[in-house]
Each structure stands twice: as C-alpha cells, then as structure tokens.
Design a protein around this ligand. Structure first.
Ligand SMILES: NC(=O)c1ccc[n+]([C@@H]2O[C@H](COP(=O)([O-])OP(=O)(O)OC[C@H]3O[C@@H](n4cnc5c(N)ncnc54)[C@H](O)[C@@H]3O)[C@@H](O)[C@H]2O)c1
Length: 332
C-alpha cells in the first residue's frame, strides 16, 4: 500500500518505518529539510530517532504535492498545533476515497477543536468518512525498534478503520479499531496533562500513594471530559485511555512526565523545554483542556491545578494542598 507520512519527527518516522518495513513504498515529508536529509543520506533520522536503521523503502520527499502523489494512505504525524496548517497545505493533493490517519494528540488551543474537528473543518466533506485517528501507549523509539506495541485506530466508518488497521498491522505492531473517535481523541490529549501532574508529584517526592491517586483520579476527570464530548466511558479504559495514561505517567521517556518532574524539582519551564528540544504537547494541552472543561462545565481539578502551575505561577505544593482540601465526595 503506497503511503505518505506528513511529519518526519519521532512518531512520523517510526510509523513510516512500520509501514515501510512491510515493503510498502512510503514517502515521508516534513517542513524541516534536516530530518529528511539524514533519512535520504543514511536511512536514519539522526535528530529524532538516532541509531535506528530505517527501511530503504522509506523515501524522503521535501515537495508536499509530490510526496502525496499516488498515496493510498496518508498519515498526519505533526504536533497538534501544526495539524491545521499541514492539512490546509495538503488539501489540494488529497483524493477522496483515500484513508487519512491523524496521530496527533491534542486539542487546538485557539478553537478548542479536537483533531477530528480540525480536519473536518479544513477538508472537504467527501473526505470526512476516510478520517481515522491512531492513538495508544506508544513510545516512538520502541515501536521503531520493533518492540511489541498495541494501539487503537478510531474511525466513524468501520470499513476505513479496518483498512488502516490492516495497513499498520505487523508482527510487532497491533492496532485495534474503535468507532469512538471522541473517546480516543480526548484520552490521548488529556493524559498528557495528567502526566505532567504525575511528574510533578514525583519531583516533589510525594510518594507512590499520591502517584496512584493522581493517575486514578486523573482518569476519572479525563473520562468526564470525554463523555461530555460524546464518548463512551469504556473507551477510556482501553489502550488510548488507561493504556496511554499508564505509559505516560510511569516513564521518564515521556516528555510530559519530564516537564512535571523538572517543575517539581524547582526548575523553570523554559529551561526544561529547551533541554527537551521537542514539543511537550501537555504544556499546550493543559491550556486547551482547561478551557474546554470550562466551556463544557466539566470539573477537572487535577488538570486545572497543572494549568495554574504552568500559566499562573501557582506553587506546586500549594496546588497539592488545595487538591487535598477539596470538599469530600463519593468516588466516580
Ligand atoms: N513521539 C512519540 O512517541 C509519539 C507517540 C504517539 C503519538 N505522538 C504524537 O504524534 C505527534 C507528533 O509527535 P512527534 O513526537 O513525532 O513530534 P516531534 O517533535 O518529534 O516532531 C514533529 C515534526 O513535525 C514537524 N512540524 C512541526 N511543525 C510543523 C508545521 N507547522 N508544519 C509541518 N511540519 C511541522 C517538525 O518539523 C517535526 O519534524 C504529536 O501529536 C504526538 O503527541 C507521538
């Protein structure tokens, strides 16, 4: 299946490698020529996935229209804030009937739209049934190395979700399908904010009880937000919800967890972000999730605390005291 990946960062390159590893001809494009150049010259993305050999059928293409020529599957793998401009640029070259798979995790800050809403806003109606959303517990470096990875592909049209599932399925990469686009999208976005909270908790040395409580209550608030967007609560117990939350909250490989960890040990956000050198989407997601929760009237105390710490200078320990002092209530 001839495929095109838009975005040659960590995840785009890893997914390109999964597809190309099956022998599919894969063109990979990025606005930045640097990663494309190293993929072309050395079959390696030295910036985003150093040391991992990439299949020869993964071909760099700096011209967007040429990259999309003849594509039978289009993967959008740029950070959530770049999905709109990239989709706008790609629009003239996208043909109806070709599945588009977005893998970005986020809600657009300016509009509070999820990625499906952004893509439906930008792309013509006849492309909408072909939109799918891949999410789940997946560190790019592990998937690219062929470590067993399971994800969810959500799509409103089951036939298309199954097509994308089949395209990505390998001996080490196992996609499931779901028709719950909102549930899969909100899980993938809001877990980044809870990951920052968990990093903060560990940075402050609050202990294992506190971390478990944060993850569990974090999942409760993510579920409330997802349900307000029309999701089925059970989706949040799946790979794109609980699965991704566990991954992001329990490993220093997660940029969002590392942001929280740094803040919890008293470092400045700008310094942590500079050191990461890559987008920690949870920082933007903290803003969009907080605004979306307010718009929908959903109570999200943990995500709200992360937002205040990041954007309003609240002291992390004061935020913890405030969370513990909230009025007691029934679990749920
Ligand atoms: N890295 C992972 O392990 C992983 C796993 C699952 C999902 N994701 C999601 O995939 C998306 C991409 O993440 P990533 O880790 O690959 O990011 P990254 O920071 O590694 O790379 C992002 C790429 O997007 C490109 N880009 C940025 N702005 C652009 C623009 N305006 N136009 C065109 N290209 C642009 C950059 O040049 C870069 O090559 C995110 O939404 C992330 O949440 C990442």
């Amino acid at each position: 299946m001839r495929s095109t990946v838009l975005g040659a960062g960590s995840w785009g390159t890893a997914l390109g490698a999964v597809l190309a590893g099956k022998g599919f001809p894969v063109a990979i494009w990025d606005v930045d020529g640097a990663p494309l150049a190293t993929i072309a010259a050395r079959h390696e993305n030295t910036r985003y996935l150093p040391g991992i050999p990439l299949p020869e059928t993964l071909r760099s293409e700096p011209d967007l229209a040429r990259a999309l020529e003849g594509a039978e599957l289009v993967v959008i793998a740029v950070p959530s804030h770049a999905v709109r401009p990239v989709a706008l640029q790609a629009r003239p070259a996208l043909r109806p009937g070709i599945p588009v798979c977005s893998v970005a995790k986020g809600v657009e800050v300016e509009t509070l739209m999820t990625m499906s809403e952004v893509l439906e806003d930008v792309l013509p109606v006849d492309l909408h049934p072909y939109l799918t959303f891949l999410s789940g517990p997946s560190f790019a470096v592990e998937a690219a190395r062929g470590a067993p990875t399971a994800v969810t592909v959500a799509g409103r049209w089951d036939r298309v979700a199954r097509l994308v599932q089949g395209a990505f399925h390998t001996r080490t990469f196992r996609p499931y399908t779901s028709s719950d686009v909102a549930g899969v999208e909100i899980g993938g976005c809001a877990k980044n904010v809870v990951a920052i909270a968990t990093g903060l908790c560990d940075g402050l040395g609050l202990g294992a009880n506190a971390r478990s409580a944060l993850i569990t209550r974090g999942l409760a608030e993510i579920t409330r937000l997802a349900v307000a967007k029309g999701a089925v609560p059970l989706t949040l117990l799946g790979l794109s919800g609980l699965g991704d939350l566990v991954l992001t909250c329990s490993s220093e490989k997660s940029r969002n967890y590392r942001v929280g960890l740094g803040l919890g040990t008293g470092r400045k956000l700008e310094e942590i972000q500079r050191e990461l050198g890559q987008v920690a989407e949870g920082v933007l997601n903290a803003k969009s999730v907080d605004l979306l929760a307010a718009r929908l009237g959903v109570e999200m105390p943990i995500c709200g605390a992360v937002h205040r710490i990041l954007y309003q200078g609240e002291e992390p320990r004061a935020a913890v005291r405030a969370l513990m002092a909230r009025e007691t209530r029934a679990e749920g």
